[in-house]
Ligand binder design. Structure first.
Ligand code: ACM
Ligand code: ZN
Length: 543
């Protein structure tokens, strides 16, 4: 009897070892390896039960062709035989929920919507890539995956202002988000250092406001490890997206089930607009598109009506370009020096019965929110919008620590968590960026590095009770580009950390860092195959 038991344990161990291990990032809600395999060949087809699935199916075939060499085709009539990948929509599933069943007969993906089927295909894409085989024949281990995300909002933010990135680069950034099942692209389009979106009513914005004369160069101060200016590069830096290009990018993202949320940052971070139209500022200038990073004292004048005419004129065109429910109106880092001494701003404070300049900012944001609400849109603002009073309907993007998000959640506002300790992808990736040969980044060497492990450890619900947790919409990784001038560098900042943040957003409650680390060593091979650059530190055991 004992011998039979020992044999049974040994057999069970072999089965466990032989069974497929999950390779999918972000980690699915449920993964069960099954016995057996199915073979996919160039005769295999992707059958779509619904016409709306042709596009995601075609995209999947194109991924598999370039990543595995295997040519599959899409059909709309169910073929006979084995090895069919059958896609269908099953409304009994949630909007982002899918089932992926690989049996010896073939592959079935059912999703609650087109988008959910797309997520099933992203998982299958990773599974096929890691399966044994080649361009002629791929052998996929059987498995049952039942999957849905924890958070509905899973975002990636890209700052194209501090450094400009081309349409093709933005598309590649969107591809990277899609691979990780991220569903929001927060596009930071206006800044002190460059205005990047064509506005037909104000054409000078992209003539004057989109170009800075030169850019400061930075180095690490060897005495204290801080980042400091070392000089100026003497080269103009500019670029902007025409409205046609914006539409093209929105279409591209939409085809990957990603909503694009534009950000027009106000009343601060507006020096490029002030340089173009100085009458928008309290002192009326002159102003210059900024050449250095940091916070500018000059912001939009909140006293004069002409400022609101300008803001509404810009937003009217933004609304026509972006179908997103959310419009991000910034609100961060708006010093009040100018407002304190501006007769127009002070008059506004008096007339509106406001207590101080913080309430004036609140007046500003609420007024813009009302304008957008008339057009059926909702606002997102950085957590500074909590100061001086925030409307109940504003969504707060917490960046200065999760505590601001906690505060907003306790007030009942909807919250997107992107605290810099965990979500700022411009931060160094190791505990000693200088010693580890990382490129320069902001902050002090060794202070608050955002390692992959740290990004993964973020708990968006920390300190919140059951009721308060309900208003946390999700998480987002932010790619600020002050120190990131090339797309290769940019990719090395977002990868692999985007995977960690994506897994917090998708797999919250079902996370395991060791298992994540194992899967990342596999996903890295797909990054290589796609030609994506990524930071080497985690893969080389450096934290
Ligand atoms: C921010 O980082 N200023 C939102
Ligand atoms: Zn003013």
């Amino acid at each position: 009897m004992k011998r039979i038991f020992t044999l049974f344990v040994a057999l069970a161990t072999v089965c466990v070892v032989m069974a497929a291990e999950c390779v999918i990032v972000p980690r699915p809600a449920s993964f069960e390896p099954q016995k057996g395999k199915v073979t996919l060949t160039s005769k295999s087809v992707v059958y779509v039960a619904d016409k709306s699935l042709v596009r995601p199916a075609t995209m999947f075939c194109s991924n598999v062709a370039s990543e595995k060499g295997l040519q599959l085709s899409v059909v709309e009539k169910h073929p006979k035989g084995k090895g069919v990948i059958a896609l269908s929509i099953d409304k009994s599933l949630g909007e982002e929920e899918y089932l992926l069943d690989v049996t010896k007969q073939g592959v079935v993906i059912k999703g609650g919507s087109e988008k959910a089927v797309f997520y099933g295909l992203q998982s299958l894409r990773q599974v096929v890539f890691h399966s044994k085989g080649n361009a002629k024949k791929v052998s996929v281990e059987c498995m049952t995956v039942k999957d849905k995300p924890h958070f509905g909002y899973r975002g990636g933010m890209l700052d194209v202002c501090r450094h400009f990135f081309s349409v093709d680069e933005v598309k590649k950034y969107i591809d990277i988000l899609a691979l990780h099942k991220v569903n929001r692209f927060h596009w930071h389009l206006t800044e002190d250092q460059g205005w990047r979106i064509e506005i037909k009513k104000y054409p000078e914005l992209t003539k004057i406001g989109s170009v800075r004369k030169e850019t400061a160069t930075y180095t690490t101060n060897p005495k204290n490890g801080r980042t400091m200016i070392s000089g100026y590069d003497g080269k103009p830096h500019g670029g902007f997206f025409t409205q046609d290009e914006v539409r093209e990018i929105v279409r591209y993202a939409t085809e990957r089930y990603i909503d694009v949320i534009p950000e027009i940052d106000m009343p601060g971070h507006m020096v490029a607009a002030l340089a173009t139209y100085p009458e928008l500022g309290c002192t009326k200038g002159p102003y210059e598109v900024r050449k250095t990073w940091g916070i500018a004292k000059d912001i939009l004048c909140a006293g004069r009506e002409s400022t609101f005419e300008f803001v509404e004129g810009v937003l009217e065109e933004v609304l026509a370009l972006f179908p997103s429910k959310y419009i991000h109106i910034g609100g961060d880092e708006a010093p009040k020096h100018r407002w304190k001494v501006c007769p127009d701003c002070q008059k506004r404070i008096q007339e509106e019965g406001l207590k101080d300049e913080h309430e004036l900012q609140s007046y500003f944001m609420k007024r813009v929110e009302k304008f957008l609400a008339k057009h059926g849109r909702s606002i997102i603002g950085w957590d500074e919008i909590l100061e001086g009073g925030v409307s109940k309907t504003a969504t707060v993007m917490a960046w200065r620590g999760a505590k601001r998000g906690i505060l907003a959640a306790k007030m009942g506002n909807k919250v997107i968590m992107t605290p810099y300790h965990y979500c700022y992808l411009d931060y160094a990736q190791t505990s000693n960026r200088v010693a580890n040969g990382e490129p320069i980044s902001g902050g002090r060497n060794g202070k608050r590095p955002l390692t992959l492990r740290k990004a993964y450890s973020f708990d968006p619900y920390d300190q919140l009770n059951e009721q308060e947790r309900k208003v946390i919409l999700g998480v987002q990784g932010n790619m600020w580009t002050e120190y990131v001038a090339t797309f290769d560098h940019l990719q090395q900042m977002i990868l692999p950390r985007t995977a960690a943040i994506a897994e917090v957003g998708w797999s919250y409650g079902n996370q395991n860092y060791d298992d994540f680390a194992r899967r990342m060593h596999l996903l890295r091979k797909l990054y290589d195959k796609c030609g994506y650059k990524y930071a080497p530190y985690f893969f080389n055991g450096i934290e």
